[in-house]
Ligand binder design. Structure first.
Ligand code: F6P
Length: 555
């Protein structure tokens, strides 16, 4: 049996689960009018209400005991101190260094990282400033009107989510686009409306090897060459953000346009790094700094606050409670702020690429469940799509709700209605609707007893469905930075408890390897038999339907 399952706290939690699993939150609230006060925390303008969770004081005490038993405080220090906790890649994990506002040096292998972080950020700022102020001119001496970030995964989702979230802070006459999909429709659909003379590309790839990005980058370069007729001023239109300077140079990017990212920042944690170039161009350096400040404030909170008042720690422990004791398989992230419409997509990578692991830090298969399936959508849209399952399905789906107290334009009619849904949903999920309540309601409507009996079971809501609510004043850069950092640290804490390495991603390799083999096999018309019958069948069907003349012409 794993060490985790033998900890005192785990054993106690197992018993506690059996003893309390039938408790209904409705009763907990009825008995304790102070529950909200006791189970909510505030950090700056963010209120975190976790009172609508299936926990008692004892549950929280046991979960916190578990955090201590796995030595969480030491792990937090290891993270911030740059220990190589990503042991399978022999790397430190220092995205926190990128937003450090303190004056204590951030040491890695005896070197203070702060000066190099500052210097690289300054280079990014200079470029962003020039593009924003129209000082940066293209091949025909015209200012840039469109910036296209070509990248995927962490080189896309983070900046894309932030750019959408902070749209009110963006310049209106400078558009920032994101291309990630290998499907040509993405890049074609983006470039079709742009002019190569006024378009600037950022090739964002830590490795500068990712197929999706490199194929799109080649297409972008060809589009530029076709439009301009030569590559003489290519350097005015192409930049790269990468840890692989040599490959960026080989691609033809001028040294002054190559921005560095370090191996100690993981792709999914990289929006704070030079990968933020597209964000800085959109929102400006001051707002980018505010984003970093928001994250830094959470870093400080995470590092210095006792575990029982520590928001990322509480978020993580609640996740463990549902994942490992209630056997919940998923979590939902439901923002009620349109600007956060890519938040769940971004969090999917942060969470699932980090904690979707089946072997522990010692390389042994775990005997407990690790990272959940994270999904999400704008809450109000979800209400009209999948909330049915949240309310009456057979699965327990703990949900996070995020909502602003003020939206940007704040048309009162919109915001009041929106927020009434936020409060109503968390209340409905928690309380549900009992049989006697449904009956009384139907009787009041004048329905006869026979009809009531037939309809009753469908109208009952079991309730007891957990939600945690984040209310913040307005989605400012600082607030956004804080929210993101809370989730990042939640994922880290869960990885510590599950004893897995949250910072590698070997699970993405196999598909990439097989795709490379298959891409070669698609280059001619010959039928193949080197795979299983399904894969052979699919490939051969494809090849027959799309003979070599139309097939992928390998360039
Ligand atoms: O395939 C997964 C992955 O490696 C992610 O971890 C990463 O964020 C993404 O691909 C993009 O990688 P790169 O920035 O090296 O192109």
């Amino acid at each position: 049996m794993s060490r985790l399952k033998q900890t005192q706290a785990w054993l106690a939690l197992t018993q506690h689960y059996e003893a309390t699993k039938q408790l209904h939150m409705r009763d907990l609230f009825d008995k304790d009018p102070t529950r909200f006060d006791r189970f909510s925390l505030q950090l700056n303008d963010i209120l975190y209400d976790y009172s609508k969770n299936r926990v008692t004081d004892e549950t929280m005490a046991l979960l916190l005991a578990l955090a201590h038993e796995v030595d969480l405080p030491t792990w937090i220090e290891r993270l911030f101190n740059g220990e190589k906790i990503n042991h399978t890649e022999n790397r430190a994990v220092l995205h926190t260094a990128l937003r450090d506002r303190g004056d204590t040096p951030v040491m890695l292998d005896g070197v203070d990282l702060a000066p190099q972080i500052k210097a690289e950020r300054e280079r990014v700022k200079v470029l962003a400033r020039k593009i924003r102020s129209r000082e940066w001119i293209g091949v025909t001496e015209q200012a840039i009107t469109d910036v296209v970030n070509i990248g995927i995964g962490g080189s896309n989702l983070g900046p894309l989510m932030v750019n959408e979230a902070l749209r009110p802070y963006s310049l209106h006459d400078l558009k920032v686009h994101f291309v990630s999909n290998l499907d040509e429709n993405h890049i074609n659909g983006t470039l079709e409306y742009l002019d190569p003379k006024t378009t600037f590309f950022i090739i964002a790839s830590k490795s500068f090897k990712t197929q999706d990005t490199m194929v799109n980058a080649e297409t972008a370069r060809q589009w530029y060459l076709n439009g301009i007729g030569s590559d003489t001023k290519l350097h005015r239109h192409f930049s790269a953000v990468t840890a692989n300077t040599a490959l960026a140079r080989e691609f033809g990017i001028a040294d002054e346009n190559i921005f560095h990212m370090s191996d100690w920042v993981g792709g999914r944690f990289s929006l704070w790094s030079s990968i933020g170039l597209a964000t800085m161009i959109a929102i400006g350096e001051e707002h980018f700094e505010e984003l970093l400040t928001g994250a830094y404030k959470v870093d400080q909170h995470f590092r210095n606050t006792p575990l029982e008042k520590n928001i990322p720690v509480i978020m993580a422990l609640l996740g463990i409670w549902y994942n490992n004791f209630f056997d919940a398989q998923s979590v939902a992230v439901l923002p009620y702020d349109q600007h956060l419409h890519r938040f769940a997509a971004y969090m999917q990578q942060v969470d699932m690429e980090s904690n979707g692991k089946y072997v522990d830090r010692a390389g042994k298969p775990v005997d407990y469940s690790t990272g959940p399936v994270l999904f999400g959508e704008i809450g109000i849209s979800g209400q009209h799509a999948f909330f049915q399952l949240l309310h009456q399905g057979t699965k327990l789906v703990p949900a996070d709700i995020l909502a602003p107290i003020f939206s940007f334009r704040c048309i009162p009619r919109h915001h009041r209605a929106l927020m009434s849904n936020v409060f109503a949903q968390t209340e409905a999920l928690m309380r549900g609707k009992r049989e006697d309540e449904v009956r009384a309601e139907l009787q009041k409507q004048g329905m006869d007893e026979e009809a009531i009996a037939a309809l009753l079971p469908y109208k009952v809501f079991p309730g007891n469905r957990p939600t945690s609510t984040f209310l913040f004043d307005t989605l400012t850069p600082e607030t956004l930075g804080s929210l993101i950092a809370m989730y990042e640290h939640k994922v880290f804490v869960q990885g510590v408890i599950w004893d897995i390495n949250s910072f590698d991603q070997w699970g993405v390799e196999l598909g990439k390897q097989l795709a490379a083999t298959i891409e070669n096999e698609l280059g001619d018309g010959a039928l193949i038999d080197s795979h299983d019958s399904s894969t052979n069948g699919l490939i051969n069907y494809y090849k027959q339907r799309r003979p070599p003349s139309k097939a992928l012409a390998k360039s």
